[in-house]
Design a protein. Sequence first.
Lengths: 293, 284
Amino acid sequence: MNTKKKSTKWIVPWILILPVVLIRGFTTLYPIIATLKNSLFDIKVLSGVKKFVGFSNYVNVFKDPKIITSISFTVMFVVISMIFHVVLGVGLALILNMKFKGQRFLRTIVLIPWAMPAVVVGMAAKWGFNNDYGLVNDFIRRFVPAFQYNWLINTGSARAAVIIMDLWKDLPFFAILVLSGLQFISGDIYEAAKVDGANGVQSFFRITLPLITKNVMTLCIPFTLWRLTTFDLVYSMTSGGPGEDTSLIAYRITTEAFTNLNVGYASTLAVLLFIVMAVFSFINMRVMNKMDN
Amino acid sequence: MNDSKKYKIYRGLAAVGRWVLFAFVAFLILFPVYWIFISSITPPGELFKMPIDYLPDYPTLDSYKFLVENVGLVSKIGNTVLIIGVTLLIGTVICVMAAYAFSRFHSKAINLMFGFILATMLIPEVVTARPLYEFMQKVGLYDTYPGLIILYISAVIPFTVLILRNFVGEIPISLEEAAAIDGATFSQRLFRIVLPLMKSAIATVCIINFITCLNNFFTPLYYSNGIQVLSVSIVQLPLRDNMYGVPWDLVSAMGWIILLPIILFVAIFEKQIMDGIMAGGVKA
């Protein structure tokens, strides 16, 4: 009896993990293989075309001015947003770590932007940046009465507005995660530094910063990946406009796949995005491992 | 004497600085939220008045009434609650099962499966969208409740399994061994011993997954058409007498309907949410 029990025991964990593995497999593994395959075909749903074209989609991507615009804005968006995430995020984390009466309240309200759907943020921003009736210009006009500016119609300001809203929504989240690292630093170290005559600025650069650097760098990996796949915000806020100037690559891919019904081409872009994300993650993990050694 | 006076001034300045920073951050976060709220109770015509009246003279629920009568707000809330409710129920059960297995059984293949679940976090939904859309249509799950629920569950699996697995790992295995000696069966050990100890972790995960599901926009946008949820509705509101392309009266009201449960959740469950975020770094 005992041997029989032993021979079937291996099946228990498999039964337990089966639903989870099946669902994730069907919703991620299967589609990504299909995307890989589709990227080698010219598929136009409307005209019913489906023919094998090898790697020509991949070649065409880099000749398409729309894609070049998308890629360049995506890079700009990721880099600028991440720089502000790190600088302002650490700043906000320090504010959240201050001991005073409002601390609990502040820690609660910074969760609101994180918990809000990006589409609500995007729709509000679309109206908020409106020239005539928006919140932003209303605020500016209280100081500069005749101020007129249509933020979302000009390329530079539309791009800036998208980045600002991205920061508004996600910076508090970044700060909370930095804060979790800050809380591990014992107060004794600062006391000791104070005794040795260090001022606040010195103890920030000599103690706090070195201790949280690795934590912050680790955080930058998922935050960069999330920026690379940002979709909801531009979908609701600018629809990629003016022109194609704010169409982040994730938005471009879904437009090609679901609006232009250019499925092969969309798959190619998706594969390229996935490769970039995978390479980025791999390099970062290697760097992190090196830092540990 | 002079030194302590200086110290007092320094302390005073630091306190003022703290409150200035506090007020600045609180204003940046709360004011836009407040603006959405007052816009939703301002009579639609007055939204085209400048400067903005931040304390509307004649507050009205007209925009909400319009949403209920003409946009089907009640059925959208019903859809959202139903999908999220079933997702949390089934999702939690299967994730608890998996988390237990991943934490207690360590064969090579099981570990590999855990790695697979984590690795799929890296696959963005835009990459899988088109084939998944075609697959869902082929098997008749497109625009159905089961189809949407499966996709909602899929979205919360990696985070939930990760958090719960780490939690099970902290429950001493000796508790179960002791119960086994007393003759408890496997399912008794799982349901009578492990599960009660996981209550707080499960609560945390459910609170965060509720927010994640409410935020889910991509799934209902591309995998359903007739079944509408709140997050998608806000981008599909009809224009009333508005030449600006944004029906701000209705958008602000719909926005506030979504924001209200979120603000309540955040206010009530601040601690659990903080713990959950710090443990798993989940993105809503």
